[in-house]
Ligand binder design. Structure first.
Ligand code: ADP
Length: 162
């Protein structure tokens, strides 16, 4: 059984994340999409909210598990018996940081490979930060996130305005 870990902040999960996740499911028997608890300092959505949104967004994928973790990614991989880490590469701007992380993780555990996947071109300019910003300013995010996330963003910002 080949298991991969797809780690990130997922604040919130977007169609870009889902594109990468779907590609990963064609390569691995099981993909664990997991929130790295220490990676975002002030997330918009709590960990519980993000987990709930992720569970709803990935429920059509039978090989996908949703989780969260704290601490070193390589240690988490070991406990899950994963052979690979999946990351998305959108542009050159992602590359430098991703290369550094991949090489450092390889130094910490040479048995775990980092696999980079490229999303459909229409998601290359998409990230969670820009989605949060559009939603905060009252824009329509329906092309960028699953319906459950759109509903959660609407709720969050309407509530804050009151
Ligand atoms: P992190 O804080 O770890 O970067 P993110 O949730 O922002 O967490 O992203 C998790 C992973 O998903 C990263 O590898 C990132 O490059 C990738 N990713 C995010 N948005 C997209 C997108 N639109 N297309 C492809 N990959 C993406």
């Amino acid at each position: 059984m080949k298991i991969a870990i797809y780690p990130g902040s997922f604040d919130p999960i977007t169609n870009g994340h889902l594109d990468i996740l779907e590609r990963a499911t064609s390569l691995f028997d099981k993909v664990i999409i997991t929130i790295a608890r220490n990676s975002t300092k002030h997330p918009l959505f709590t960990e519980e909210e993000r987990l709930k949104l992720m569970r709803e967004a990935v429920k059509q994928y039978k090989q996908v598990e949703v989780d969260s973790f704290e601490g070193l990614l390589v240690d988490y991989c070991r406990t899950k018996k994963a052979i690979a880490v999946v990351r998305g590469l959108r542009a050159i701007s992602d590359f430098e940081y991703e290369l550094q992380m991949a090489l450092m993780n390889r130094k910490l555990n040479p048995h775990i490979q980092t696999v980079f996947l490229m999303p459909n071109e229409r998601y290359t300019y998409l990230n969670s930060t820009i989605v949060r910003e559009i939603a905060r300013l009252g824009g329509d995010v329906r092309d960028f996130v699953p319906p459950v996330v759109k509903a959660a963003l609407d709720k969050k910002f309407n509530k804050k305005k009151r």
